[in-house]
Design a protein around this ligand. Structure first.
Ligand code: ADP
Ligand code: MG
Length: 262
């Protein structure tokens, strides 16, 4: 894997702060977060529950305006949602009344791009991601891991350059989670996507990423960053956990950083 840091940043956050205003006062969710992500880099953001991880992704997606600071993609200020960004939420949000094919086509449909070519493309993606033959099924007929794959196909079908993943594996059982981390990690690297994954799972972050950014308790702010080199020559979430002595070292370091700032 070449060092993506030599490339110009695909995504940059500069001094991003976010305070929610609500009826009973305000909640400071993020404080002065600065971060750059290179093209094709896979960055994970770990932090305790409630520290502002989802808020951060919503700001990057252009769904929430930061109170201070700015987000840029390819140098352009993000002020509203853009097709350059795909956002996959923790829960799969598939529509129960739509078939797998129709769910996977939703993103393209919303963009007014559902045509014969789009259907062909999505069918072949479903096939590739192990969902061939399930096109006419409904979400309730699929396992949690399969539904998450459908959600990923839906997100990737619009061909975003930057992919934001919000705890995509959190609701899955341990076995499925490991398998899916591996599989989705491979897919995203093959597709050469720039990825920001947020998770509270330290192992997941280390196993999947080129770099791990550690956030403090709320208000979330960057307390540490680790460039991950597991010495494996390949990215596999499973072998990262099993075959890399460096894995434990990173784990201990991140664990401590999260604890220190608790
Ligand atoms: P995380 O994803 O790390 O668990 P969130 O970004 O969801 O954290 O939330 C960070 C903080 O902001 C929490 O205290 C949460 O209650 C608060 N928060 C999130 N969304 C809103 C909102 N729309 N209005 C007010 N407060 C919010
Ligand atoms: Mg969250």
């Amino acid at each position: 894997m070449t060092a993506p840091s030599s490339l110009k940043p695909r995504l940059s956050l500069k001094g991003v702060s976010l305070t929610y205003q609500h009826r009973h006062g305000e909640t400071e969710a993020l404080r002065d977060v600065s971060l750059t992500v290179a093209s094709e880099e896979f960055v994970s953001i770990v932090g305790p529950s409630g520290c502002g991880k989802s808020s951060l992704l919503s700001v990057v997606a252009g769904l929430i305006r930061p109170t201070a600071g700015e987000v840029r993609i390819d140098g352009d200020l993000v002020e509203r949602p853009t097709p350059k960004v795909g956002y996959m939420l923790q829960h799969d949000h598939l529509f129960p009344w739509r078939t797998i094919l129709d769910n996977a086509l939703l993103g393209l449909e919303v963009m007014g791009r559902r045509d014969a070519a789009a259907v062909r493309k999505v069918r072949s993606m479903l096939e590739r991601y192990g969902l061939g033959g399930f096109e006419r099924y409904y979400p309730r007929q699929l396992s949690g891991g399969m539904r998450q794959r459908v959600a990923l196909v839906r997100t990737l079908a619009t061909d975003p350059e930057v992919l934001l993943l919000d705890e995509p594996f959190a609701s899955l059982d341990y076995q499925t989670r490991l398998a899916l981390e591996d599989e989705i990690g491979h897919i995203l690297r093959e597709e050469r996507k720039t990825v920001v994954l947020v998770t509270h799972d330290i192992s997941e972050a280390i196993a999947m990423s080129d770099r791990v950014v550690v956030l403090s308790h709320r208000p979330g702010t960057v307390v540490a960053e680790h460039r991950i080199d597991l010495g494996l020559g390949t990215h596999s979430a499973l072998s990262a956990r099993n075959d890399s002595p460096a894995f434990r070292t990173y784990f201990a370091a991140v664990w401590k950083e999260l604890d220190v700032h608790a």
